[in-house]
Design a protein around this ligand. Structure first.
Ligand SMILES: Cc1ncc(COP(=O)(O)O)c(C=O)c1O
Length: 414
């Protein structure tokens, strides 16, 4: 595998190289230059309301449609109508829950997990007001992968949907979505996957995964503050309408996009695909579209594994450190979102002592509150999380490790 050309990568992220080291990427990534270019292009050439008969409005409509198609390429959806766009993943899952509940009966059941971000738990639990029963799929104590037998035991003939994360934003472990999908579908239920912590690291393929719904945040995937939700076409057709009352069931996906998504942000999503194509091409892979996306993410995954290995080796060498989750750096098992705690030290104090070095890491529960609560940590301030993406370097990891070493030998910022 060709090594990732970090000069090329960093040139495409203008925010990099100005003193701040970004290792809180699971909170939000930097934006590729191509995204900002697309954003400007839209605002300066097509900033009108859609749906009118004049030329500029028709152009704007086409551009927003191109943005939707870029998201289709990123997820390998079968058709653009399967792409719902919105402000955040939290809002999109909430919208989905409100659309689906219209087709369910009181007493129907949804399975949520205790290892998801609240975005894929709360909206489903809120359906209790309509008589929907939630059951909880729990991570076994001490494990970083859920047990599919536990899920099988929770499924009943009333189960309508299972909501589960592709990758925990705490553990970084990649869950076996295809196997989960097969189990869920065998029971006649639907699967809603939170791909927020996965999508910045690997090519999402909703068809290969067998997900019925799959959401992620573009602002963590090198794009603008925006999000998208894939829904299989027949499921979207069958879902209820949460937009204007006169929208028909066939108005997919607009019936799930109340008030429309931001047009310029939709168009700027094309910049993420532009960037991935440029990345693939810069490494001698002359492809476009989906093939380029897959090639780019293969390069990304290999580099990320090197970053994970560096930090995990160091953390594993310290008897006073507990890695939260799988200590393996294997790219098939995890993404470089790495959480840990240090004996006798609050997570806040360690992170705050790293801040002055210009390295941005973070502590807390990251809204995966049930998961972090279940860890029974001695401190109330959660885990320390280092979340890399492909534009990070081994040198940055080494600088972080050097600071962690200083703090270990008592040179904390007192
Ligand atoms: C795993 C995961 N799911 C969902 C979300 C929510 O995303 P958004 O901010 O787009 O609502 C986050 C945000 O941190 C996340 O990490």
């Amino acid at each position: 595998m060709t090594a990732l050309d970090l000069n090329f990568v960093q040139k495409n992220f203008p925010a990099l190289g100005h003193g701040q080291v970004y290792l809180d990427n699971a909170g939000g990534s930097q934006v590729a230059r191509q995204v900002a270019d697309r954003l400007t292009e839209y605002l300066f050439t097509a900033n009108v309301q859609l749906g009118a008969s004049y030329a500029a409005s028709a152009t704007a409509g086409k551009m927003v449609d191109e943005g939707r198609r870029a998201l289709m390429t990123l997820m390998n959806a079968a058709r653009p109508e399967e792409i719902v766009m919105g402000a955040t993943t939290t809002q999109l899952f909430d919208q989905l829950s409100r659309a689906l509940v219209q087709t369910w009966q009181p007493g129907d059941e949804v399975i949520v997990t205790n290892f998801d971000h609240e975005a894929n738990i709360g909206p489903w639990r809120k359906l209790a007001a309509q008589g929907i029963v939630t059951r909880e799929w729990k991570m076994p104590q001490g494990a970083s992968l859920p047990d599919l037998d536990d899920l099988a035991a929770l499924i009943t003939d009333k189960t309508r949907l299972v909501a589960v994360t592709h990758t925990s934003n705490i553990y970084g472990t990649i869950n076996p979505i295809r196997q989960i999908a097969d189990l869920v579908h065998a029971a006649g239920a639907l699967l809603c996957v939170d791909g927020v912590a996965y999508a910045p690291h690997r090519a999402v393929d909703v068809q290969a995964l067998g997900a019925d719904f799959y959401g992620f945040s573009i602002y963590k995937t090198y794009g603008p503050h925006f999000a998208t939700l894939y829904g299989r076409y027949d499921h979207l057709l069958a879902a209820g309408n949460i937009n204007h009352r006169f929208f028909t069931a066939a108005k997919v996906p607009q019936k799930l996009e109340p008030g429309n998504a931001s047009y310029e942000l939709a168009y700027s999503c094309i910049g993420v695909v532009d960037y991935l194509e440029a990345l693939a091409n810069a490494h001698g892979i002359n492809s476009t579209g989906r093939a380029a996306v897959e090639a780019a993410f293969a390069l990304i995954a290999a580099h990320e594994q090197v970053l994970s290995q560096r930090l995990l080796d160091y953390l594993a060498s310290r008897p006073d450190v507990t890695i939260i989750g799988d200590p393996s750096a294997d790219m098939d098992r995890r993404v470089p979102t790495i959480s840990f705690v240090v004996d006798g030290l609050s997570s806040a104090s360690l992170v705050e002592a790293v801040d002055p070095t210009g390295i941005g890491i973070r502590f807390g529960d990251f809204y995966s509150r049930e998961l972090v609560d279940s860890l029974g940590l001695p401190n109330a301030d959660g885990v320390i999380r280092v979340s890399a993406v492909h534009y990070n370097t081994v040198e940055e990891m080494d600088a972080l490790i050097a600071r962690l070493e200083e703090l270990r030998s008592g040179e904390a910022a007192e």
